[in-house]
Design a protein around this ligand. Sequence first.
Ligand SMILES: CSC[C@H]1O[C@@H](n2cnc3c(O)ncnc32)[C@H](O)[C@@H]1O
Ligand SMILES: [Zn+2]
Length: 433
Amino acid sequence: MTDTLAVTDGRVLTPEFDVIEADVLIDADAGEILEIGPGLAGDADGTLDATDSLVMPGLVNAHGHATMTLLRGYADDKTLEDWLQEDIWPAEAALTPEDVGVGTRLAAVELIRSGTTAFADMYFHVGEVVEAVREAGVRARVGHGVVTVGKDAEAARDDFAESLAVAEEYDGAADGRVRTAVMPHAPHTVGTEFFEEFVPKAREAGIPLHFHLNETETYLDEIDAEAGVRPTEYADDLGLLAEDTWVAHGVHLDAAEIETLAERGTAVAHCPASNMKLASGMAPVQELLDAGVTVALGTDGAASNNDLDLFDEIRDAAMIGKLAADDAAAVDAETAVRVATEGGARALGFDSGRIEAGANADLAVVDLDAAHLTPEHDLVSHLAYAARGSDVRHTVCDGEVLMRDGEVLAFDEADVRERAQEHAEALVERAEE
Ligand SMILES: CSC[C@H]1O[C@@H](n2cnc3c(O)ncnc32)[C@H](O)[C@@H]1O
Ligand SMILES: [Zn+2]
């Protein structure tokens, strides 16, 4: 017999971005939405009350490094290059697999609390990330991040080979909620010969790719010095761009690069808060959208953000999108919410990001009973410009309730936070020895 859940008595954001009064009936076993309409509570085995609330698709965080919650507030107010080289990479050299498990659990609590049901993760010790995702009940596209600069040829090959092996090992884990990708860090941090050797192998195995692209001007200069071309052309020549590939940042893209991304069907995970904090620049989001590129949103790691609340990213994307285009109509409210939901789902290859029969039952229920969400002229405007992650009341992923009335069900949250504090302190102590 099917186990069903009805989200009742709320208003629902439809794929057309209408807001309708309806219940949402979910097949909890299949993890799918069955029906949207009035009076469905009677048909369900369980209910989730959405009175005075808006039922929206779960948010999708399309770029990040979950373990970096342990480094939140460790080093701020620097450029990307100084921050990575002086603080972050030395700290990461002292990371243990257990740290990754603890940091990812902390990230999962934060994601669930703020209505994010799917995320991308590029990091190390991916087995630990997968275990945390399994326990949390969220959905994720994970991969081992490859850096070959500073390594001898054998260590560099091993690193890229590990990314491929990890992607093959964990794809489909956690009842299919975990999918994988091969994740070379960036065009300038991985040697050309390793791309040439391993990208065809990933393509043959049907494994998607994910990497940082054109985040800062310094990084453009490095590829220019090495290959004399823009990084997007360099990546394209190496076969790195395709429909199942998504890149992070895409801040400094010229018109030809935007065209190439559109032609290849490669999505861009825009990370506005990280780009502002590190003063990396303003991504041409409206130009990307106008060219037909799928745009998604990412927080990047919590050490460059400094939280994992995607409602901030929605607002930031709309704000900085207008500044970048010098046009107040650019990246409007509906667009910003769409990129955080359906754009992210498309980039990560999940059948989520919309409330529709047959789609994954990945939802966030936002409590509208708040001063900062009053009056109700336009709820999509509220989602883009006024709502916060802390307004999320319930989170559902794959048909399972992960947070009910503000209580995260998968973890003992106090224990996760205590362990994170201990591991963060010990990590920094080891790093600074
Ligand atoms: C090889 S695993 C991922 C690697 O990326 C580092 N990282 C974190 N934030 C950024 C960013 O904004 N740009 C480039 N690299 C970043 C992270 O610390 C890991 O070392
Ligand atoms: Zn990143």
